[in-house]
Every structure is written in C-alpha cells, then in structure tokens.
Ligand binder design. Structure first.
Ligand SMILES: [Mg+2]
Length: 196
C-alpha cells in the first residue's frame, strides 16, 4: 500500500472528523487527495500530531464530535514517542491515531528509522492503547470502521511502501491560515450538531 492510497482511504472515512496530520509528504499528499477545512496540516511541527490530537480529544470529550484522528508517520512518532505514554495515561476515549509506517524518513532520502527494528504498535500496546493493524487499503478501511466502535486511545498501525507520490506540490499555505480555517470548521461542526 502506498501512502497516497492509505490517505485516499482515510479521506473517505473522515470527511466529518477533525484530522491532525503530520508534516511533509503526509500533509501534502493528503491535501492532494482532498484539501478540506477539517484537516489541520502541522507544517514544520514534526512529532506533534499526536499531541495536538490528544489535546483536542480531551477538549472535545463532551462534544458531539465522535473521534479525533491523528495521522502520523514512523519517523515523526519516533521524534515524540512520549505521546504513546501520555495517551495511555490520559486515555482520551475519542483519540484515534493512524500510523503510516514505512520504516524510513520520507523527507530525507529514505534514511531508515528505528521502526525497521522496533514495532511501534507494540510500544503503543505496552502503554495501554488498543492496537489494530492494516497492510492494504481494504484492511485499512475495515480497521477504521472497527476503530470507530472502540474506546480510545486506538492506534491503527498501517504498513506502507517506501516512496512519496510524484508530482505533488508542496504545501505553501501559512500555518496560521490553515489553523484558522480548521478552527472555523470545528466551531461550525460543533454548532451545527448542537442545533440539530
Ligand atoms: Mg516514515
């Protein structure tokens, strides 16, 4: 499964959910698949998608928003593995992290990450997360559907191929503009559901 195939599956399942996505290829390939206001692209904030999503999941615990989705890479998660211990400790029920694991740093000539020998799913399991696995788009879709029924924190560990999608433009939007767009969407989502 290529990253962009995984992101196509994710976009199809998360149109009405807040999605916090890590920097570089993950953000720009998701934007190429579908650039939506419910996407918070963390440009230049490597390692923080899980942290931001954890905070959102806790803040939205009593809201009608059913899940908060973080999309992480293996290199990015390894930059801040404390997010696994924090998630296990705080146990945000609405937190779903999807780990797109190709065992390399996609932005730096595919240098190998520790994930080539360390199973990040097992790390999450040891910290108290529920862990699901996926190796192809069908299983990823099934895993997302299953994760929506489980109390979080849930890690959906998806194995993907090495390599970035060709001809995907860089995301050059100002992060402040991206964040403001996301905030506006989230406020509207909250109000829309509250009125119904
Ligand atoms: Mg990687």
């Amino acid at each position: 499964m290529r990253r962009i195939q995984a992101l196509e599956v994710l976009a199809a399942h998360t149109e009405r959910l807040p999605v916090v996505v890590t920097c570089a290829a993950s953000s720009r390939e998701l934007a190429a698949v579908a650039d939506r206001p419910n996407h918070l692209y963390l440009l230049d904030s490597m390692g923080l998608a899980g942290s931001v999503a954890t905070g959102l999941a806790l803040a939205l615990a009593g809201s009608p928003v059913p899940r908060v989705v973080a999309i992480e890479g293996d290199g990015s998660l390894l930059m801040n593995p404390n997010v696994l211990a924090t998630g296990g400790f705080l146990a945000p029920r609405k937190l779903l992290m999807v780990l797109l694991d190709n065992g390399v740093y996609g932005a730096t000539a595919n240098l190998p990450t520790h994930a080539t020998r360390v199973d990040l799913g097992r790390l999450a399991d040891a910290a108290g997360w529920r862990v699901l696995r996926a190796e192809d788009p069908d299983r990823l879709g099934d895993g997302l559907a299953e994760a929506m029924l489980l109390d979080g924190p849930v890690l959906l560990h998806a194995r993907i191929e090495v390599g970035n999608a060709p001809d995907v433009p860089k995301l050059l939007e100002d992060p402040v503009v991206i964040a403001r767009r996301f905030q506006g969407w989230l406020a509207g989502r909250h109000e829309g559901r509250s009125r119904s």
